[in-house]
Design a protein around this ligand. Structure first.
Ligand code: UD1
Length: 423
């Protein structure tokens, strides 16, 4: 298995371009199941989760053409789901990437049947799919759980009024896709408002769907008889952008994050500014200048437009070297502090109390061998390595490869001393 070695202490400066959003791209690729026509997506990042999704679609019988020769390594993907050869998302793929579960809604809506492995728990908690299933059942699907698989069928899904107990991103996406081809109108109340929801609705509408209210908490989907092909460039990755912004803040650096959408990062930008970090927002970039010593700020993760859970681990690193004491409260996932234990090995002073982490800023972190446990935890260890004294060796970096495109190359160009040791 690959490792990442970082010699800390370099100030990062320069420009970095944000890749296409992983979390927006995954449902877009999967939405190609809703039409027999060709769908063309640009700006698809070169990531493990994207390859897993393409593998799954290809196993279902979707024709997949990749072209990674566009500028900046950004890839174009063409997908065509004419007739399918299978209706099953197997355990070996779903267990490595939960978003595979999103094939359930589109398969049911267009083909009337699907067999999809349940994802099971993961490093950051239980993460059930009950809301996806409840919604589809309300749309008339017959759902059985057989040997760890969801077996679902419906002659024709019908519109329904669905209230989500939690504004789940995945459930909103699955039900939105299912609703496009259902008979009648589907209303999703307490829907997630994340930018990825708006992005999916935009693309589905380009394909001929009739979706309103996406991003505002109540989504209305008028079912149509069929969808057609589409060409679309995926939005920039707000979490990757935020991660580079923390890198600038941490190293006292000066980084222009090109292509970042500041309107997707409001809560995060405000917190950085509250911590004394200089953030200047322009039309197509966000420039971040690190303060000498950041101030501690309290953070509570919330559904969008609140502070994103996917930037919690990165902010914990910044708070580890801040002046004062910060309380970080995680409200989205039940077990999302695995990085705290590894950061403590690097000298951070973090006390965990249930879903709260009390982080007391220390003078400096020191390099150590540490282990990545999930995607965002792993990038937080990279950030810690950048600011730590001496060498940090991060193992299990396959987590990082699921969600950060060419991260060593991008950080090296900004002046980091980082290298991958092939395992
Ligand atoms: C998506 C993102 C992930 C992000 C998360 C929250 C993708 C591929 N992943 O994950 O990066 O951290 O949103 O912003 O886009 N829940 C239930 N029942 C359900 C569904 C969810 O109880 O049926 C709970 C989950 O356990 C979790 C919370 O709701 O505690 C939020 O999960 P959800 O919004 O569904 O996250 P994902 O779509 O899995």
């Amino acid at each position: 298995m690959d490792k990442i070695l970082i010699q800390g202490g370099r100030r990062l400066e320069g420009e970095v371009s944000v890749s296409g959003s992983k979390n927006a791209a995954l449902p877009l690729l999967i939405s190609s199941l809703l039409t027999p026509e060709k769908c063309l997506y640009q700006g698809i990042p070169d990531l493990m989760d994207i390859h897993t999704t393409l593998k799954l679609l290809s196993r279902l019988g979707v024709t997949v053409e990749k072209d990674g020769r566009q500028a900046g390594g950004v890839g174009q993907v063409a997908l065509q789901a004419g007739g399918l050869s299978g209706m099953e998302a197997p355990y070996d793929l779903v267990k490595t990437m939960r978003a595979s579960f999103l094939v359930l809604g589109p398969l049911l809506a267009r083909f009337g049947q699907a067999r999809v492995s349940t994802p099971g728990g993961c490093a950051i908690g239980m993460r059930p799919v009950n809301l996806h299933l409840k919604g589809l059942a309300e749309m008339g699907a017959e759902i059985d759980l057989v040997h760890g698989y969801v077996e679902a069928k419906a002659k024709k899904l019908r519109g329904a009024r669905i209230h989500l107990d939690l504004p789940s991103v995945g459930a909103t996406e699955n039900l939105m896709m299912a609703g496009t081809l259902a008979e009648g109108t589907t209303i999703i109340e307490n829907a997630a408002k994340e930018p990825e929801i708006e992005e999916l609705a935009t693309v589905l509408n380009k394909m001929g769907a009739r979706i309103g209210g996406a991003g505002r908490g109540m989504v209305t989907i008028e079912g149509v008889g069929g969808l057609h092909g589409v060409s679309h460039r995926v939005v920039p990755d707000r979490i990757e952008a935020g991660t580079f912004m923390v890198a600038a803040a941490l190293t006292g650096g000066d980084i222009a994050v090109r292509g970042a959408r500041s309107d997707h990062l409001d809560a995060f930008v405000l917190k950085l500014q509250e911590a004394g970090v200089g953030v200047a927002v322009a039309a197509d970039e966000i420039r971040v200048k690190g303060a000498i010593k950041p101030k501690s700020v309290d953070i509570t993760t919330l559904p969008y437009p609140g502070f994103p859970t996917d930037l919690q681990a990165q902010m914990m690193v910044l708070m580890s070297v801040s002046a004062g004491v910060s309380v970080i409260t995680e409200t989205i996932f039940e077990n999302r502090f695995m990085h705290a234990l590894e950061l403590s090995r690097m000298g951070a002073d973090i006390r965990l109390e249930g879903n709260r982490a009390v982080v007391k800023g220390v003078g400096s972190l020191s390099g150590a061998p540490v282990m990545a446990t999930d995607l965002r935890a792993s990038v937080s260890l990279v950030l810690a390595g950048l600011v730590a004294k001496g060498q940090t060796e991060i193992s299990r970096v396959y987590h990082l490869d699921r969600g950060y495109e060419h991260i060593e190359r991008k950080l090296s160009r900004l002046g980091a001393d980082i290298q991958r040791i092939k395992g």
